[in-house]
Design a protein around this ligand. Structure first.
Ligand code: SF4
Length: 229
C-alpha cells in the first residue's frame, strides 16, 4: 500500500490494521495501530511503531470504510493502539467521532477502546488529547513498566489503568477491571507471502520469550523481533 492523500480527509499515520483481533478488548475487534511514539518505555514490544515517519498515511475516511466492513462482519468493537494515538490527536478525534456515528447508525452495540501511554493527568491536561478521546467508551492509560508485571487482562503492567467512560464502556469493561488471565494473551498471525509473523495482544510476562523458543524448536527463527532494541 502507498500513502493516502490528505485532500481525501484527515490523515492518520498508522503502523497497521487488522480484523478480527480477539486479544485487545472484548469480542471480535478491528484494531488500528497508530505509528509514532516518543514515550520510549523500556521493554516496549512495539518498537517498530516508534518512528513518527514510518508506517503509512491513511485517511480517516479510508479507516472508517474498514470499520463499516468490520461491523458488517460482526465486529464487537474498535481498538486504537500504537504507537501513541494521542500524538496525532486531531486525526484520532475524527476517527473516533466517525466510528461512533457509524456504530450507532449500524444498530450494533460496538465499543471504542483506546490505549495511550500517557498517564491520566497528562492526557487530561492537554485540550487536543482530551478532545481526541471524547468518543472513547474506555481508555487504557499509562506507560508500560517492565518492573510491574501483571496478569490483569488487556494491560501490560500493573500501573496501567482501565477507565470505562460511558454506559456501554462500564457494561463491557466493568467485569474485566480486576480479571486476570495467566494463559496465552497473544494472537499469532502469519502474513501470507511476506514471511512476517505478527503478534496481536498484550503478552503476559515471559510469553514473548516462550514463543521465540517454541518457534525455534519448530525450526523458525525470528529475524529482528520488534521488541529488541
Ligand atoms: S509501550 Fe506504548 S507508550 Fe510505551 S513506548 Fe511502547 S508504544 Fe509507546
Amino acid at each position: 500500500m502507498e500513502d493516502e492523500a490528505a485532500e481525501d480527509g484527515p490523515v492518520l499515520r498508522v503502523s497497521g490494521t487488522h480484523f478480527p483481533v480477539w486479544t485487545l478488548g472484548p469480542g471480535k475487534r478491528l484494531c488500528v495501530w497508530v505509528q509514532g511514539c516518543g514515550l520510549g518505555c523500556p521493554g516496549c514490544m512495539s518498537r517498530h511503531t516508534w518512528d513518527p515517519h514510518g508506517g503509512l498515511a491513511r485517511t480517516v475516511p479510508s479507516l472508517l470504510a474498514l470499520w463499516r466492513a468490520a461491523l458488517a462482519a460482526g465486529a464487537d468493537g474498535l481498538t486504537v493502539s500504537g504507537g501513541e494515538p494521542l500524538d496525532q490527536p486531531a486525526a484520532v478525534a475524527a476517527l473516533l467521532a466517525g466510528a461512533a456515528r457509524i456504530a450507532s447508525a449500524s444498530g450494533r452495540e460496538a465499543d471504542l477502546l483506546l490505549y495511550t501511554g500517557y498517564e491520566d493527568g497528562e492526557a487530561e491536561a492537554d485540550e487536543a488529547r482530551t478532545a481526541a478521546v471524547r468518543h472513547a467508551d474506555c481508555l487504557v492509560t499509562g506507560r508500560f513498566r517492565t518492573a510491574e508485571p501483571t496478569a490483569l487482562v488487556w494491560r501490560g503492567s500493573a500501573n496501567q489503568r482501565m477507565r470505562p467512560r460511558t454506559e456501554l464502556g462500564r457494561a463491557r469493561y466493568g467485569p474485566h477491571l480486576h480479571r486476570t488471565d495467566t494463559g496465552s494473551r497473544l494472537q499469532v498471525h502469519m502474513v501470507e507471502g511476506e514471511g512476517d509473523v505478527r503478534l496481536y495482544g498484550v503478552p503476559r510476562r515471559g510469553e514473548l520469550r516462550a514463543l521465540e523458543r517454541r518457534l525455534r524448536d519448530l525450526g523458525m527463527g525470528l529475524d529482528g523481533p520488534s521488541w529488541r532494541p
